[in-house]
Design a protein around this ligand. Structure first.
Ligand code: HEC
Length: 102
């Protein structure tokens, strides 16, 4: 009995490792700019909306160019004073993660 409990524990530990490894895989697939963009987004952009706006069926964004303009628009509204590079990094992260425009 005691042995089967420890087997379950080992199984649970292995499953946990598996999901951690998968999470690591997903983030290593991101480019360096996108990783910077993700951090910027999480720190500055979740006051009015979360990331669910980027997957909504009636998204107002239909091209990479429109995405970049929208990032600049929201950033200006939020009075963040981002550089072109910061806007680019967040645009790249949003595109790699949600929009996937070519
Ligand atoms: C002051 C509030 C506010 C902040 C802060 C804000 N947003 Fe927005 N954002 C909005 C609103 C409101 C909409 C939805 C506009 C609509 O539905 O027409 C939106 C929509 C968007 C969209 C389009 C979603 C889609 O696919 O339809 C993007 C992209 C976006 N925001 C990016 C950002 C980024 C990047 C930041 C951080 C710089 C940010 N937002 C911060 C208010 C904000």
């Amino acid at each position: 009995m005691k042995q089967s409990v420890s087997l379950i524990m080992i199984g649970a530990a292995l499953m946990l490792c598996g999901s951690l490894a998968r999470a690591a895989d997903a983030s290593t697939l991101l480019s360096t700019g996108a990783k910077r963009g993700e951090a910027l987004y999480q720190a500055n952009c979740t006051r009015c909306h979360d990331t669910s706006v980027h997957t909504r069926p009636n998204s107002i964004i239909h091209s990479l160019d429109a995405l970049k303009k929208r990032v600049r628009f929201c950033e200006t509204n939020a009075r963040l004073k981002w550089s072109d590079e910061q806007v680019e990094d967040v645009t790249v992260w949003l595109n790699e993660t949600f929009y996937k425009f070519k």
